[in-house]
Design a protein around this ligand. Structure first.
Ligand SMILES: Cc1ncc(COP(=O)(O)O)c(C=O)c1O
Length: 391
């Protein structure tokens, strides 16, 4: 395991700090598409790699670059590529690791658009995905074929909060020359660093906890393999074009300074919500990896340093009860997304996960009436009072 030079609280603020010519405490936003040359000789030296300089923001920008280096520092990676959204990061990474005729093996429960990408879009380019239950390691061995090039998983998963043993999956993958990509959006690098458990690439929707304020979209992919990251940037991101805006990079850098502090509060609010729901007669099942009866609890305790800020649950009374609950809430907002200061609630089958076939949801680990709450940073008593009146 790579030793971090500082604790994550320090790295989230100072990681990859640059000496700024005007000694500004915060990084400037280089809001420019292009960078100039003094003469053709300088241009020639730059294009022939004799001189290292910024040329065009799609290929590199100092503000975006700082975000890439800082995220790598807190994920235990060597370098990263930032993207315009989490989906741009996921689609570009998958296309960089698997080609037409290859196969992806993914855990069955994924964010809805990731399921849409892998079940509809990539197969139309002759790149199919096989969905399995990766909590069962035997299923992984059985699913492998000579064409499998990538394992893709989230842990905890969205929305069913399943926990997958990253080290065990990576061990199987590497015996067969397969790359492991982990979507670490739910845990954030504060609670889980998949690269230190053998993952080859970590992706994030930076829109969520990294930004933390629900005011920007962003994505990022990071790895310990610097050569892969250079290829991902110049061979794929630059060509496909899902580049991050310097302004969004600046907003996410601003958000990241408080990431460790926020994650602690998101988690303590999630624990308060999970306990409250557990004790409520209207609630049928609470799914939170911090609960001892969660099937993945012991793996979560081993590979995570916190259980995160998302709680899923089922109400007695199914979909009607779930609908009535979310519509009666006043403080918790009915919305997609997660990881914001505001607590957000949704019914994934009706909202973020509509890409899944409605008649087969249980096969993918959730139901039509699963409710997902992203615990925000409000006072827990106010959140529980709102939930109590809605229940
Ligand atoms: C786990 C996970 N991965 C990826 C994404 C996609 O990110 P974005 O909306 O930034 O494209 C989301 C969005 O909700 C998500 O929850």
């Amino acid at each position: 395991m790579k030793e971090l030079p500082f604790h994550i609280e320090t790295l989230a603020i100072h990681g990859a700090e640059q000496s700024e010519q005007n000694q500004s405490l915060n990084p400037p936003i280089y809001m420019t598409s292009t960078f100039t040359f003094t003469d053709l000789q300088q241009a020639d030296d730059t294009f022939s790699f004799k001189r290292k300089a910024y040329v065009y923001t799609r290929g590199g920008n100092p503000t975006v670059n700082l975000f890439e280096k800082r995220l790598a520092a807190i994920e235990g990676g060597e370098d990263s590529v930032a993207f315009s959204s989490g989906m741009a990061a996921i689609s570009t990474v998958l296309m960089s690791l698997a080609k037409a005729g290859d196969e992806i093996v993914a855990h069955r429960n994924l964010y809805g658009s990731t399921f849409g990408l892998t079940s509809r879009l990539l197969p139309s380019f002759n790149l199919p995905t096989r969905y399995i239950d990766m909590t069962n390691l035997e299923e992984i061995e059985e699913a492998l074929t000579k064409d499998t090039k990538v394992f893709f998983l989230e842990t905890p998963t969205n929305p069913s909060m399943e926990i997958i043993d990253i080290s065990a999956v990576a061990e199987i993958a590497h015996q067969h020359g397969i790359k492991v990509v982990v979507d670490n959006t739910f845990a954030s690098p504060c609670f889980q660093r998949p690269l230190n458990h053998g993952a080859d690439v970590v992706v994030h929707s930076a829109t969520k906890y990294l930004s933390g304020h629900g005011d920007t979209l962003g994505g990022i992919a990071t790895s310990k393999d610097e050569k892969y990251i250079a290829d991902l940037k110049f061979g794929y991101m630059c060509e496909l074009g899902g580049v991050m805006s310097p302004f969004n990079a600046w907003l996410i850098l601003r958000g990241m300074k408080t990431l460790p502090l926020r994650m602690k509060m998101h988690e303590s609010n999630a624990i308060a919500i999970a306990r409250f729901l557990l004790g409520h007669h209207a609630v049928k099942r609470v799914i939170y990896p911090g609960l001892e009866d969660h099937p993945g609890h012991s793996i979560a305790a081993k590979q995570m340093t916190g259980y995160g800020g998302i709680v899923s649950f089922e109400l007695h009374g199914g979909l009607d009860a779930a609908r009535s609950f979310v519509e009666k809430l006043k403080l918790l907002k009915l919305a997609v997304s997660l990881g914001d200061t505001e607590s957000l609630v949704e019914i994934p089958a009706l909202m973020t996960h509509r890409d899944y076939p409605s008649s087969e949801l249980e096969k993918f680990g959730f139901t039509e009436s699963t409710v997902r709450i992203s615990a925000g940073l409000e006072h827990p008593e106010d959140l529980l009072a709102d939930m109590e009146q809605a229940l």
